[in-house]
Design a protein around this ligand. Sequence first.
Ligand code: COA
Length: 505
Amino acid sequence: MSDTSRILCPVLSKRLMSAEEAAEMIPAGAKVGMSGFTGAGYPKAVPGALAERIRYLNAQPNAKPFRISVWTGASTAPELDGVLAEVDGIEMRLPFQSDPICRSRINNGTMDYVDYHLSEVSQYAWSGFLGKMDIALIEVAGIREDGSLIPSSSIGNNKTWIEQADKIIIEVNSKQNAKLEGMHDIYYGTALPPNRKPIMLTDPADRIGEQYLACPPEKVIAVVETAAADRNSPFKPSDDVSKKIAGHILDFFNKEIELGRLPKELLPIQSGVGNIPNAVLEGLDSGPYKGLTAFTEVIQDGMLKMLKSGTLKVASATAFSLSPAGIEEFDENIDFYRDKIILRQQDISNHPELARRLGVIAMNGLIECDLYGNVNSTHIMGTRMMNGIGGSGDFARNGYLSIFVSPSTAKDGAISSIVPMVSHVDHTEHDVKIIVTEQGLADLRGLSPRQRAHEIINNCAHPDFRPALIDYYERALHSGRGMHTPHLLEEALSWHQRYEETGQM
Ligand code: COA
């Protein structure tokens, strides 16, 4: 059903068409910049129509494979990544995904994937080495009379895609709350070096840009109407493990406040997506904190609750990542949330300059951590991609405190999250300050590698794996090799190899 009140620009209302007609305009081999960040604000109709077209064309006799490159803000949903990957329609994917079909194609070698720090993607697109973007496909909440766009539930890289592409397809989603208008802050002051200027943001609540995305109407080749909800995955209720992890972090914050090393309002919080970070937010909400701020990537359910209770006074992010209950709460109370949430493009929400200036407390998940504090957050057993680095590196390296969290074991205790040497490194020992498992918290600040090994084994490793870690460390220490970061090179990855061979580390 047409909701023309969402398309006020007369020129663009003339380019209304079906998703199938719009999909016809995307040629094989195109580099397509799509909206979408953690299951929010992604186009809902054209990718599906394109997937159907690809399925049909690739089934023709002697068909040349029809594939495109898909660039987004971050992960999307089955209606985008899932459908296109299913028909083998994605040649190259960047910069982040978490879709099971994409993941299996990446890992079986039928899809190329470039996993980037999310703050850097737009400068890479601008710099030109990724090649010319052909088409931008962007979901919005509405089009204004002058053709400017009201962003929807994420901004991600939309500003850059609109600027970079010669042709733009817009999906106007009437299911997105019309009152999102005004919650965005789009900064038009970025540039490539040597023309960069300081970004004048000194508080997560600061607004430094425009409410709307500028979009030259002459570049718009199609406008498609949709009325479909975002992915909105439910959160698992906090389990014992995530509650224990949250408890260790809260004890740590309280101690730091007592010692005068953190203010009682803490510092702006960045929290990765997932059940454990959400449990930490729930824990913060039940504590004595008031007037905290968040300078983060996504607004999850826990942040809405914190805003509601006054624990949090403002949250800056690039996208929502809410459960169905979270979206209902947000929609019903949007007037309350409107002036407490600011959505920015991801090169600003994750900007290293800003994370460093504000002194962000970064909390992200890990897959495995080694004795010396190197963290792998992307690869399973060194070779298989899980999701990608996302924004974790933007915040971990540049934040004031970088906290990494994980259960101490995975796969029903078959895998230790603490290993002698990580099988892939995303965050080096220089970027990792705190490791937390349900067993306890290792504060690595100011410690040498050997001191770190003691702290990590004793505080974070599961008791079932602790003796083997101590044994490895002691033998490495007395092996007659370097004593700065002791290792037995012939054995360092043997835990992973054993798991691959036997299903047990
Ligand atoms: N070896 C093998 N598998 C492991 C593992 C290990 N050492 N550690 C975890 N896993 C598996 C789990 O078993 C689980 O698998 P399942 O989905 O089949 O059950 C999966 O990885 C997720 O683990 P879980 O413990 O549920 O943690 P999570 O959902 O919090 O995800 C990361 C952890 C690291 C994968 C996730 O945080 C991530 O993708 N991080 C990188 C991006 C990021 O940090 N983004 C936020 C920045 S703003």
